[in-house]
Design a protein around this ligand. Structure first.
Ligand code: DAH
Length: 345
């Protein structure tokens, strides 16, 4: 073997290694040149027969062949393996997509949105007020002074500043009337707070929708027809509404009103073993209403002689419970998606 021939062999081996397409090709080249029965051991064996003048050059080229080829084969093998790893991780558009759970609108939000839509058809717009109220707006301006017994049923969370978490959405009535002259036609949905012990029908945090209609010649007939219209739109054409005399300091006369029970259709006797939702009464209390007390008009600077108006509250949870036959208010706050998904709308 001559040094030139060996150089040519080395160049060919390196070129082959560069051209290899697979890991198997690389292995074949390695066995052919560097394997135990490969060309390189043979060349080393025949070194003793070579021209002594050429021996050093042959030895050097043989060494270079061994090292350069081994390192080239190794780096190309690593490159092939990295590529295969990438290919197995590559995006496969035939795989099913990743499932991300979609949220649903909470039943409380659904009722509020539906109520806003229904009252909009009667010309009502939406007003807003703060959850942290002053004693004046929450009580005094609503004709409920500090010594009034009806404050007892509305104990709430007081802040060190003397403010409180509002017990009702009624203070929004005052805020709106202070800001604008009659006619006023607003609803005010929002969160309310009371120091109530939580049970199946009570929660210290709940929602109301306030309504206020002020103009000339507003009468109790308007109140009854508008609430009845709302009830039919919200609950369906068969719902019945009943008004019972009641007392609220900021309305005179005042009523409480009930919807017929959605579960037993107002006929608990026909509902098998009776109706748990309405506790066999056939009716669900929704909230209070009445004709705005002239003393409230005085507080906001309206003329109590010429101004008339009705106001109402609505318990959003109550409506949700009747509409969806929910027997425990706590289900509305547990955030259990197995429950919420059943009511998705
Ligand atoms: N704010 C009352 C409550 O939470 C409900 C209410 C009664 C609202 C009569 C009214 C009303 O606007 O006129 O018990």
């Amino acid at each position: 073997m001559k040094a030139d021939d060996l150089q040519a062999l080395k160049d060919a081996a390196l070129t082959d290694a560069c051209a290899a397409q697979t890991v198997e090709d690389l292995e074949k080249i390695r066995v052919k040149h560097l394997g135990r029965k490969g060309l390189l051991p043979e060349i080393m064996k025949s070194l003793k027969d070579a021209d002594p003048a050429e021996r050093p050059a042959i030895g050097r080229i043989a060494n270079e062949l061994k090292q350069e080829l081994a390192s080239l084969l190794e780096s190309r093998r690593a490159a092939f393996q990295a590529q295969t790893a990438c290919q197995t991780q590559a995006f496969d558009d035939t795989l099913p997509g990743q499932w991300r759970p979609l949220g649903t609108r909470h039943p409380i939000s659904q009722i509020i949105e539906e109520a806003v839509r229904i009252f909009a058809t009667l010309g009502f717009t939406v007003a807003d007020g703060p959850d942290i109220e002053t004693e004046y707006y929450n009580f005094d301006a609503l004709n409920t002074p500090g010594n009034h017994p009806s404050r007892d049923t509305q104990d709430t969370f007081w802040l060190e500043s003397g403010e409180l978490l509002r017990t009702q959405t009624s203070p929004v009535q005052i805020r709106v009337m202070e800001e604008q002259k009659p006619p006023v036609r607003i609803i005010a949905p929002g969160r309310c707070y009371r120091r109530d012990t939580t049970d199946a029908t009570h929660s210290s945090n709940f929602h109301q929708i306030e309504g206020l209609y002020v103009d000339r010649d507003v009468s109790m007939a308007d109140l009854k027809s508008d609430i009845s219209y709302f009830a039919r739109q919200m609950m369906g054409p068969d719902v019945k509404v009943r008004f019972r005399p009641h007392f609220f300091p900021f309305t005179e006369p005042s009523v409480e009103y009930d919807f017929s029970c959605h579960v037993c259709g107002g006929k608990p006797a026909l509902a098998g073993r009776g109706c748990r939702l309405c506790k066999n009464s056939g009716w669900i209390e929704i909230s209070g209403a009445g004709m705005v007390n002239p003393k409230v008009f005085e507080k906001v600077g309206y003329d109590p002689e010429t101004t008339t108006g009705y106001a109402f509250g609505m318990g959003v949870e109550r409506i949700a419970m009747v509409k969806y036959s929910i027997q425990d208010i706590r289900l509305l706050y547990d955030n259990d998606i197995r429950f919420l998904r059943q009511l998705s709308g």
